[in-house]
Design a protein. Structure first.
Length: 370
C-alpha cells in the first residue's frame, strides 16, 4: 500500500508525541462521558483526619471511572495506608488491617500520558512493572516526583487522576509515622494502622470554597501548560514531517509512494535485490547503512569508517523499525526507512538522538550471515 509521506508522518508522529488537550479529549468521549462532569469529589475519612480529593474525569476518564466504582462499592472502607515513604509517597487502597489483600476488579489502561504530573498532593495509580496492571491501589505524592512522569517502569510512567483539595496536612502527618518491615516482606509499613474508615463521593458544594478555588487555579494552570506543550510538539511534528519528506527526496526516493506497514513504518526500495530474505528477527545480517534525524543531521554511518566497514549484527539488536524494515528486504536490496519515534528510540532517545525523534535510514543488505 502506498501513501503520501506527509499525511502518514502527521498521523504517526502526532499520535506519538502530542499531549491531549481539553477539546481533543472532550471530542473523544462518548455520550455517556459527556454527561459526566469534569471534576468530581471524594472524601477519605481516616483515623488521622479527613482528606478531600478532586478527580479529573476529562484527563483520566478510565482511571476516575475505576476509582469511583470502587468508592461506590464501599471497597475502600476499612482499608489501610500500607506504605509510607517520607519525601516520596503514601500508598493505600488494597489491604485491610493485618495486610490481608482484597480481591479487585480487572486492571485498567495506564493513562500516564494525559498531561497531569506527579506533583505534590496529586494522586496516581499504583501498579506492578506491567504498565496496565493498576486496579485499586493509589498513592499520594508527598513531593514533586517528576521521575514518575517518565517512562521508567515497563516503558511507562504513573497515571495521575486526582489532587488533594483539603487535608494535605493530614497526609503530611501520615508521612511522619514510624514504619517497619512486615513478616510477609512488605517494606515501609506503618507500625500502627492508618485506616481509611470511609471513602465516599461528595458534591462540589460540600468542598471548602477557598480550597476549591485553589484547586481550580491549579487545574487551569495545568490546562494552560498542557496546551502550550501541545502547540510546541505539534510544531516539532510538522518539522519532522517536512524534514523526512525532504530527506527521502534527497536520497532518491519518492515521498508520494512510500509503503506503509501496519506498525507505521515507511519504506521505499531504491533497489529490490534478488537474494534471500532474513528468515527471522534473530537473523544475523551484514549491511551498509546511514542514519539521519529528520533535520538532516547524520548520526551514524558504516560508510564513514576509514575504510568503510559493513556492520554485522542480529536484526533484533537495534530498534523495532530496523528489525521490521530490514527483515523484509532481499539480499542485494537497498531501502530507505522512515521510522517513527515509537519504532526507534522513543521517549527515551539516546546520545545524539533527542526523545521522540523519527529517523531516516538508508540500508543496503549485503548478506544474510545466519
Amino acid at each position: 500500500m502506498t501513501i503520501r509521506l506527509v499525511a502518514l508522518m502527521a498521523a504517526c508522529l502526532t499520535a506519538l508525541i502530542t499531549l491531549a488537550t481539553p477539546a481533543a479529549l472532550a471530542q473523544d468521549e462518548s455520550a455517556k462521558a459527556e454527561e459526566t462532569p469534569r471534576f468530581m469529589y471524594a472524601k477519605i475519612n481516616t483515623n488521622m483526619g479527613d482528606i478531600v480529593i478532586q478527580l479529573d474525569s476529562m484527563r483520566a476518564p478510565i482511571t476516575v471511572e475505576n476509582f469511583v466504582a470502587y468508592v461506590k462499592d464501599g471497597f475502600y472502607d476499612g482499608t489501610i495506608i500500607h506504605r509510607v515513604v517520607p519525601n516520596f509517597v503514601i500508598q493505600g487502597g488494597g489491604f485491610e488491617p493485618g495486610l490481608n489483600q482484597k480481591a479487585t476488579r480487572r486492571p485498567i489502561k495506564n493513562e500516564w500520558t494525559n498531561g497531569l504530573k506527579n506533583d505534590r498532593g496529586t494522586l496516581s495509580m499504583a501498579r506492578t512493572g506491567d504498565p496496565n496492571s493498576a486496579t485499586s491501589q493509589f498513592f499520594i505524592n508527598l513531593v514533586d516526583n517528576a521521575n514518575l512522569d517518565r517512562a521508567i517502569s515497563g516503558g511507562a510512567g504513573y497515571a495521575v487522576f486526582a489532587q488533594v483539595v483539603e487535608g494535605m496536612e493530614v497526609v503530611d502527618e501520615m508521612a511522619k509515622v514510624s514504619t517497619g518491615n512486615a513478616p510477609n516482606g512488605m517494606q515501609n509499613v506503618p507500625n500502627n494502622d492508618i485506616i481509611m474508615t470511609k471513602v465516599q463521593m461528595i458534591e462540589e458544594s460540600d468542598v471548602d470554597a477557598s480550597a476549591l478555588a485553589d484547586a481550580m487555579k491549579r487545574s487551569k494552570a495545568y490546562d494552560e501548560k498542557i496546551d502550550a506543550q501541545r502547540k510546541q510538539r505539534d510544531e516539532a511534528a510538522k518539522a519532522q514531517q517536512a524534514g523526512a519528506e525532504a530527506k527521502v527526496k534527497e536520497l532518491g526516493g519518492d515521498p508520494d509512494n512510500m509503503t506503509r506497514t501496519d506498525s507505521g513504518l515507511l519504506y521505499f526500495d531504491l533497489a529490490e535485490g534478488d537474494g534471500p530474505t532474513p528468515p527471522g528477527p534473530t537473523s544475523v545480517v551484514r549491511v551498509h547503512y546511514s542514519g539521519w534525524l529528520t533535520d538532516g543531521t547524520k548520526f551514524d554511518s558504516s560508510l564513514d569508517h576509514d575504510p568503510p566497514a559493513p556492520a554485522e549484527f542480529p536484526l533484533n539488536r537495534v530498534i523495532k523499525g530496523w528489525t521490521e524494515g530490514v527483515g523484509s528486504m532481499k539480499t542485494g536490496g537497498k531501502r530507505i526507512l522512515v521510522i517513527p519515534a515509537d519504532l526507534a528510540w522513543g521517549a527515551q532517545g539516546r546520545p545524539g538522538i533527542p526523545p521522540n525523534s523519527a529517523v531516516v535510514f538508508v540500508v543496503e543488505l549485503l548478506e544474510v550471515v545466519q
